[in-house]
Design a protein around this ligand. Structure first.
Ligand code: ATP
Ligand code: MG
Length: 343
């Protein structure tokens, strides 16, 4: 089947656009359930969600590796369903299951990839070595990928995805399994690609901190649906003022501490974690001082009192009623639990 030429592609300012995107697996879950999103050129878009949320399925559809069930999507102005080869020529992708040959070294992988991508023979070695160095694999460049740690495989896969200088880069959980130092190095590299090369980056993650620090905009996905979207700052400010958490010294004081919170904070029964700590969100005009005074006046002793500014986890909690950490399918359970439901 011949594809329509690039010139007939719909003009669109967005680098990535999805409208009503759906993936219904046969005899499986509706893994992606009507997603709308737009990513601007040069933007870092963080797709944040727990295990089984539908992140990889979305990435696989946007990169043309999985057919879409419904809706439409375009990448670099090309339709993913009808202009797949143009999409593939425009993008780079480092997927969750890195496709590396365990018998090839990093240098050999690079030699192959630079040749496949039509890099001039004279430039291949230098480009390959540069990219290996950029992802911090120079010391292991001549070792077989089969001997690499998970994090090293991730980094080699990223280097390979950069060979043809893609305008749009998809990274599926690029830092899972990386030690903190390698994670920071990868964040810097991703930020550099966006800042200096103007690369558009679509990055999935389960890490709040990663989305918060790296992404210009974040989409929070749960159960195949985007439940919140915006800049990290805007999402957090929607939540409101900082939360106060109080652990009564005497568990018997639980109800009375709740009364104090109700009087001074916005208290929501459904947001309580049930481990004895009571939490509420400060209201405009009330501060910690008022709460401490009220506790004191009521003769209540506390074992712990903490205040914390809203995080993306609070955003997730507000939208789904669950904490992001520990939400979603359990890794081990995942083998037996493909129903896509969340517990
Ligand atoms: N090929 C498939 N056939 C059937 N169901 C699938 C298939 N791939 C994924 N699923 C299911 O679709 C849902 C979404 O999976 P997906 O891999 O997109 O989640 P994810 O957000 O990437 O999770 P993780 O953080 O664990 O990588 C899950 O319930 C998963 O079990
Ligand atoms: Mg995934």
């Amino acid at each position: 089947m011949s594809e329509s030429s690039p010139t007939t592609s719909t003009t669109s300012d967005a680098s990535i656009r999805a409208e009503g995107l759906v993936k219904q697996f046969k005899d499986g879950p509706r893994a992606v359930d009507g997603i709308d999103l737009e990513v601007a050129p040069g933007e870092i878009y963080g797709f944040l969600g727990p295990n089984g949320a539908g992140k990889s399925t979305t990435v696989l559809m946007l990169t043309t590796l999985l057919p879409i069930t419904d809706g439409r999507a375009s990448v670099g102005g090309f339709d993913v369903a009808t202009q797949g080869s143009h999409v593939r020529a425009t993008i780079g992708a480092a997927l969750q299951e890195a496709a590396l040959d365990p018998n090839l070294t990093a240098v050999e992988h690079m030699r192959l990839q630079t040749a496949l991508q039509g890099i001039a023979k004279a430039d291949r070695k230098r480009l390959g070595d540069d990219l290996i160095e950029r992802v911090g694999l120079s010391d292991a460049a001549d070792r077989k990928a089969g001997t690499y740690s998970g994090g090293m495989r991730r980094r080699l896969d990223l280097a390979l995805s950069l060979v043809h200088r893609p305008r749009i880069l998809f990274l599926d959980e690029p830092t899972t399994g990386l030690d903190p130092q390698s994670r920071t190095a990868l964040w810097e590299e991703v930020a550099r690609l966006a800042r200096e090369d103007g690369t558009t980056i679509f990055l999935t993650t389960q890490y709040l901190e990663e989305a918060d620090q790296l992404a210009d905009r974040v989409g929070i996905i749960d159960g195949g649906k985007i439940v919140a979207e915006g800049t990290p700052a805007a999402l957090k400010s929607e939540i409101g003022l900082p939360a106060v958490e109080i652990l009564p010294a005497d568990p018997g004081d639980h109800e009375r501490v709740i009364d104090v919170l109700r009087a001074n904070c916005s208290y929501d029964e459904s947001q309580q974690t049930g481990n004895g700590t009571v939490s509420g969100r400060l209201r405009e005009g009330t501060g910690l001082t008022e709460i401490v005074r009220a506790l004191d006046a009521a003769g209540l002793k506390v074992a712990n009192l903490a205040v914390h500014a809203p995080t993306l986890d609070d955003v997730f909690l507000a939208k789904t009623g669950r904490k992001l950490e520990g939400a979603g399918d359990d890794e081990e359970q995942d083998e037996h639990d493909h129903d896509g439901h969340h517990h």
